[in-house]
Design a protein around this ligand. Structure first.
Ligand code: NAD
Length: 337
């Protein structure tokens, strides 16, 4: 099988590629990205064909490669919350428009599509657990621009679903719930808001900066280790008896629920165990900041989000296995050892 991974140089794309190269000898990868610094170790592998291309500009290249593959993962997107409010039109152009084009080619050339939706589509839904089939997708007013990411993904989910019904597109949508692990973001950059939450905390510690909790850090999130996420994606690719066709799966770890405040405290405590951080950690304070000061007025938060993983457990026979402490230790070992 030949798999096209667009955005293969990113966090999920890189780990997925690594797993395929290591354990799935019959699968070949065509990898497209504008960057390759996180996947240098894969570039010379004979089953990994990297093509440097920008999906906003090199559309012919992407279309040509897609024609020759059996299955496409369109993973190129911006998934950093601060960018949703700083540059919402870029989110629309990349996350929505450019990915929409790939979806249309998958329809046109009859290719299987595995698309990354997001837990963000559930927005401010108040269900105890978010269910793929029954939960409402709840977003805020237009002025709260942070919802442009959620809406872009939701619209793609809806269009993909519709192409499935009307045109027979073979697709699977997966919704990652805060996947984390090595190589998530570049923690060596020091700007606030340039990465996702765990990376931001690790970056602050590395640079000896205080950790800012947005609106008290009472928001609850379920953190999922990358190897658990990748295990689910492998089951989706394998698609035993076509079980993943036309399905939406939440892929998250409901057992790893923590408030952002608890996360910050745990990360600081664990960081004190690394020799090179012992002294710096003693000076780091955990402080509070309003979301309006941190992100700007067009931000709006989500209090809690817990996935129901019943579908993934029954249909894919998948369960997450990595605890929050293991997740943090493995991630911090990668950056700090
Ligand atoms: P990432 O930012 O690590 O990777 C995205 C990759 O896309 C990067 O390597 C980047 O260089 C590439 N890219 C950006 N613009 C490009 C362009 N114009 N042309 C070609 N490549 C380009 O993101 P990720 O965490 O790997 O996420 C992958 C997908 O999963 C995204 O669609 C994201 O929205 C979705 N997702 C991720 C999470 C998570 O927990 N990581 C959660 C929900 C959804």
């Amino acid at each position: 099988m030949k798999i096209l991974i667009v955005g293969a140089g990113g966090f999920i794309g890189g780990h997925l590629s690594e797993e395929i190269i290591k354990n799935h000898e019959d699968w070949n990868i065509v990898a497209i990205d504008i960057a390759s610094s996180k996947i240098e170790h894969l570039l010379t592998h004979k089953r990994f064909n990297f093509i440097k291309a920008d999906i906003l500009k090199d559309v012919d290249v992407v279309e040509e490669q897609l024609k020759g593959c059996d299955l496409v993962f369109p993973l190129a997107a911006i998934a950093v919350p601060s960018m949703y409010v700083q540059n919402p039109t870029k989110i629309f152009e990349l996350d929505f428009e450019a990915n929409m084009q790939i979806v249309k080619w998958a329809v046109k050339y009859g290719k299987r599509l595995i698309f990354p939706s997001t837990c963000e589509v559930y927005g401010m839904c108040e269900d105890e657990e978010f269910d793929e089939e029954t939960s409402n997708l709840v977003t805020g007013p237009i002025g709260k621009q942070r919802w442009i990411y959620s809406c872009s993904k939701q619209m793609l989910d809806r269009v993909i679903y519709a192409y499935g019904v009307e045109n027979g597109l073979r697709y699977t949508l997966f919704r990652p719930f805060n996947w984390n692990g090595p190589r998530l973001d570049d923690i060596y950059k020091s700007e606030s808001g340039s990465s996702r939450v765990i990376s931001q905390f690790l970056s602050n510690i590395l640079h000896g900066k205080d950790i800012n909790l947005v609106d008290g850090g009472n928001q609850l999130r379920c953190f999922t280790y990358i190897s658990d996420g990748i295990a689910a994606l492998i089951k989706i690719i394998e698609n035993k008896d076509n079980c993943a066709d036309g399905q939406i799966f939440n892929i998250g770890n409901p057992h790893n629920e923590l408030s952002i405040k608890e996360l910050a405290e745990r990360v600081v405590r664990l960081a004190g165990k690394y020799d090179k951080l012992k002294e710096v950690v003693k000076k780091i304070k955990i402080t509070n900041m309003s979301s309006a000061s941190y992100y700007g007025k067009s931000y709006q938060d989500v209090a809690r989000r817990v996935p129901s993983i019943k579908k993934a457990a029954t249909i894919l026979e998948w369960q997450p296995t990595v605890s929050i402490d293991e997740l943090l230790t493995k991630t911090m070992d990668f950056y700090f050892r």
